[in-house]
Structure formats: structure tokens, C-alpha cells
Design a protein around this ligand. Structure first.
Ligand SMILES: C[S@@+](CC[C@H](N)C(=O)[O-])C[C@H]1O[C@@H](n2cnc3c(N)ncnc32)[C@H](O)[C@@H]1O
Length: 313
């Protein structure tokens, strides 16, 4: 059972007086350092809190996730229970703890050219087709706009993979107005994306050697994306639970491997907002294991070779 469906939230009253707050599980041996355990009522309290912060749904059966991901923060904040930690986070007007909680709870797993096929599709079908359409609709001599949004870009590998595809397809001196936007709710992820610096593990995942040599320079033990590719993208913190109206319209949206963390009701809302943000002839890419069936009938799946992309009806 999901604890984080809005219906379930009504049972948790966060404004309760201190006397009725959930009882923390005591440490078994005082004096001996032990990871703080989370009590069932605290699971409910935190699930509701995290859902409110970022829409991520943590089911009761995943209580261990709260313990493992928030344990270190609890320790560094010297909190001896999740309840104390909760009230400390709520009282923190700087919102720093809130940001750290989001960073700890989000799964930022990503890699360069993840699943390969979306990037092949971009190169061989979507961009050429889009340029064809647009060339006839923009005034002669004006640059053709190409606006692409990576809607949960994590540490930036997705948007930089897109930038590399565009650079290789269009060359350095093109007449296109390229706008690549990467957004994510995690401050730490956005910061790394913005620096464009990756460690050995990250760089070895999905990035062909020839692209590493061409588009990265070493920086100590790490690799930094070239200024040319870096300059193609902008990054911004953004919560997909909010209104998308400040972002404008896009020709292509990558919204991959993020909606899996949301309840159906929120997936429906997110993909309807995605539909509103996409040009009528735009393209949507979702994760390899995701589907929009029962989520957003405004999109129809289309197949090209072995890949699936979505367009508005
Ligand atoms: C698994 S990563 C996916 C990264 C990339 N799209 C990919 O497929 O490789 C999921 C990302 O979604 C972000 N995320 C989770 N909830 C979010 C929300 N409400 N708004 C924006 N981003 C969110 C996380 O911070 C994380 O970086």
C-alpha cells in the first residue's frame, strides 16, 4: 500500500502538539553509536513531507530507504530521532535542510547516451525531420529554432549527449538557434551539471572513447566538458510538480526515468503539462521502461526502427 497517496495523507496531522508526535524507536544501547531507526508513524510523517517537497512517492514497505538515505543527515544534524529531524527541517528558514533532504532522497542515476536509441533517433530522424518542417515555416534568412528540454537532467549527461549529437549533426557554423535546457529538483545534481565535471566512473559509462577525447579535457582526476558543448546548454532548478508556464515551448522534450517515482495522479498531471509545453509538431522521449498508456492519451506512440517516440495527436 502506498502511504503517499493524497488520500492517505489526511491521517497525518503535522500541526499536532509535541505530546502527540510519533514516538521514535529508542536506540537499543545508549552510549553505543547506532543508526537511528524509523518508527512506522515517522515513515508516514516523512513520506508525506517528501511527497510535498518533490512528489516522490515512498511506500511504507520502502521505510529502509528513509533510514539509509537520511541516516547521515540525521547524524550530522545530531538528531536522535526522525521526529526531531522532521521538526528541525520544518523550522529551518534557510531551507538548507530541505535541499539536503531532496538531494538525499532523489535517485540521480544517469549516464551518457543512456539507452542509445533516443540519441540515434534524434540524429537520424527527429532533428532532420524537424529542420525540414521548420525551414519552410520561418522567414527566409532567420535562424531555425531548436529548443530541447531535458526535464529531469540529473547531473547533465542527458543534455550533454543531446548537445554532442547536435554538434556532430549540424557542425560548428550552423544557422540554427539552439536552446538546450536542463532542469532538475536536486541542487547538487544541477550544480554538477552546470560545472560539467565528471569522475572516472561517470565518464566510463556510455561515453565512447572518441567522444571523450573530442569533447572533454582532464581536470586533475576528473574530466570537464569542452567550453563549446557547455555553452550550448543552460541549467536551472525546477520542480516538475510546479506549473511549467515559466519555461515556454519546446520542440523536443526528454522526460525520462523520473515519472516512475510519482503516483499515477501526478504522472497524469506532469505529462499533461509536458503536452502543453510541446509544439504541435514536437517530439517527446520517455524512458525505455516507461509507457504513457493510461497516463496521457494526448500523446500517440510512434515507432522508428526499434525506437519509440511520442507526438501530440
Ligand atoms: C533517475 S534520474 C533520470 C536522469 C535522466 N533523465 C536519465 O534518464 O538518465 C531522475 C532525476 O529526477 C529528478 N527528480 C525527481 N523528482 C523530481 C521533481 N519533482 N522535479 C524535477 N526533477 C525531479 C531527480 O533529482 C533525478 O535527478
Amino acid at each position: 500500500m502506498s502511504l503517499t497517496t493524497p488520500g492517505n495523507f489526511s491521517s497525518v496531522n503535522t500541526k499536532e502538539p509535541a505530546a502527540s508526535v510519533p514516538k521514535a524507536v529508542p536506540k537499543p544501547f545508549p552510549g553505543i553509536r547506532n543508526a537511528v531507526k524509523i518508527a512506522p508513524a515517522e515513515v508516514q510523517l516523512f513520506s508525506k513531507y517528501i511527497y510535498g517537497l518533490c512528489g516522490i512517492n515512498i511506500e511504507a514497505s520502502k521505510a529502509y530507504l528513509l533510514e539509509t538515505r537520511l541516516g547521515k543527515l540525521l547524524e550530522s544534524e545530531k538528531c536522535d530521532s526522525f521526529t526531531t529531524f522532521y521538526y528541525k527541517a520544518k523550522a529551518d528558514s534557510s531551507k538548507l535542510l530541505e535541499k539536503q533532504i531532496i538531494d538525499a532522497i532523489t535517485t540521480n542515476e544517469t549516464l551518457f547516451f543512456r539507452d542509445a536509441s533516443p540519441f540515434d533517433l534524434l540524429k537520424h530522424k527527429i532533428i532532420p525531420e524537424m529542420i525540414d518542417h521548420r525551414s519552410t515555416s520561418v522567414p527566409k534568412g532567420s535562424p531555425v529554432p531548436i529548443r530541447i528540454w531535458s526535464a529531469a537532467c540529473s547531473t547533465g549527461q542527458e543534455i550533454y549527449s543531446i548537445a554532442i549529437v547536435l554538434r556532430e549533426l549540424l557542425g560548428p557554423n550552423h544557422n540554427y538557434s539552439i536552446k538546450l535546457l536542463g532542469t532538475d529538483i536536486s541542487d547538487t545534481a544541477i550544480k554538477q551539471a552546470s560545472y560539467g565535471v565528471y569522475n572516472k566512473f561517470e565518464i566510463e559509462r556510455g561515453l565512447p572513447r572518441e567522444k571523450l577525447q573530442r569533447y572533454f579535457t582532464t581536470q586533475g582526476e576528473s574530466w570537464k566538458i569542452s567550453d563549446e558543448i557547455r555553452a550550448m546548454a543552460t541549467f536551472r532548478k525546477f520542480n516538475l510538480m510546479e506549473s511549467f508556464s515559466s519555461l515556454g515551448k519546446f520542440d523536443i522534450i526528454f522526460c525520462r526515468n523520473v515519472a516512475i517515482y510519482f503516483i499515477l495522479e501526478d504522472r497524469i498531471k506532469v505529462f499533461n503539462k509536458v503536452a502543453d509545453s510541446l509544439e504541435m509538431d514536437g517530439y517527446l522521449m520517455i524512458g525505455a521502461t516507461e509507457s504513457l498508456t493510461g497516463v496521457c492519451p494526448r500523446f500517440i506512440p510512434k515507432r522508428h526502427l526499434k525506437s519509440i517516440f511520442y507526438q501530440l495527436r
